[in-house]
Ligand binder design. Structure first.
Ligand SMILES: Cc1cc2nc3c(=O)[nH]c(=O)nc-3n(C[C@H](O)[C@H](O)[C@H](O)COP(=O)(O)OP(=O)(O)OC[C@H]3O[C@@H](n4cnc5c(N)ncnc54)[C@H](O)[C@@H]3O)c2cc1C
Length: 304
């Protein structure tokens, strides 16, 4: 990490290496705002280097807490992902490739391999703006958090609604439910990211979706999410509900376009405004649904 000389603190941060969540939270409570939990450090270091956050006095590394690095499928087919797992490890895992292909695709679109060798999935989610979140939202992921004494589980969408706490908690798990795909040929998934430059800039827009069609070509289930830049990613729950049971028609595609554009809470920055981000999210989602209409609907697709 390079820090301009005038920013080098008199004392470099102490690095603490707890081996349990309880110990990590004890240290966090002890040092308060003077300490930060750190996993791969790739997001934090961009903040220190850009002067967005000061280098804290204490870094509490999560790297030696083994309980945060597991990856397993339980008897019900639910996947349990340790938040300290590196993006590169997730991409290499056969279990992830088989059961969480959308997440693997999203990981592959983040930064360069050197960053993915350090960056963790938990760090990506805890930032609340990470590019993996849209994929996890359409996968109906849940997060598990601990304050050091008690753990709670929340759907990721609900966790994102709660403002970040002053005294942080440790994210101890990410759970992805078993999606029983009845007919793989009628189920479609997508993840797309638009950025200014592929590897080194934050995304402008990310979208993800999962759509399944009933045998009569009506929509059986639908999950859509958008995020990107500083926006907190979110699902389009009302739009999804309204689409269930309807044929995937041109009318529906038009209403999805309007709904995504109006519903996406985009955040502007120096490079892209709100209108551009909204239109990009709507175009990406509708173009993917259009492909499904052509592919899944086939010759019987309504001509409306
Ligand atoms: C060159 C470069 C390119 C990048 N490109 C992208 C990109 O394309 N898309 C993208 O989304 N991100 C990108 N990033 C940001 C970052 O690499 C990723 O978001 C990464 O997944 C963050 O993980 P980390 O382990 O490094 O997090 P850290 O930097 O260690 O932590 C991030 C935040 O999460 C907290 N935290 C970490 N783990 C836990 C936990 N278990 N419990 C509670 N809090 C925790 C930390 O306190 C901190 O607030 C990029 C970074 C760099 C340097």
């Amino acid at each position: 990490m390079s820090v301009p000389l005038y920013q080098v603190p008199e004392q470099q941060p102490s690095v603490w290496q707890p081996t349990s969540v309880e110990e990590a939270m004890h240290l966090k409570h002890k040092w308060g705002d003077k300490a930060v939990l750190i996993s791969g450090g790739t997001w934090l270091r961009t903040r220190w280097e850009n002067g967005v956050s000061p280098l804290p006095q204490h870094l509490i590394s999560l790297a030696h807490i083994q309980a945060l690095s597991g990856l397993a499928m339980d008897a019900g087919g639910q996947i349990h992902i340790g938040p300290s797992l590196r993006l590169a490890d997730l991409m290499d895992s056969e279990l992830m490739q088989m059961k969480c292909a959308l997440l693997v695709k999203a990981c592959a679109e983040i930064a360069a391999p050197s960053v993915r060798n350090l960056a963790s999935i938990g760090g990506n989610v805890v930032t609340r703006t990470g590019d993996l979140i849209t994929a996890l939202l359409v996968m109906d992921a849940q997060v598990v958090c601990s304050n050091g004494t008690a753990e709670y589980t929340l759907p990721l969408a609900k966790w994102l609604d709660v403002p970040a706490q002053a005294i942080s908690e440790v994210m101890t798990g990410i759970k992805v439910p078993n999606i029983d795909i009845e007919d793989a040929e009628r189920t479609f998934e997508f993840y797309l990211k638009v950025g200014r430059r592929e590897a080194f800039t934050p995304s402008v827009v990310t979208v993800a979706g999962r759509l399944s069609l009933a045998p009569d070509q009506t929509i059986q289930s639908l999950a859509l999410a958008a995020g990107g830049g500083s926006a907190v990613p979110a699902r389009f729950v009302d739009l999804e509900t309204a689409a269930i049971g309807r044929p995937l028609s041109k009318d529906l595609l038009q209403s999805l376009h309007t709904g995504v554009s109006e519903g996406f809470q985009a955040v502007p920055d120096d490079y892209a405004g709100v209108a551009y981000r909204k239109q990009t999210a709507a175009n990406l989602i509708v173009s993917e649904c259009y492909k499904v209409w052509r592919k899944g609907g086939g010759a019987n697709a309504p001509k409306s």
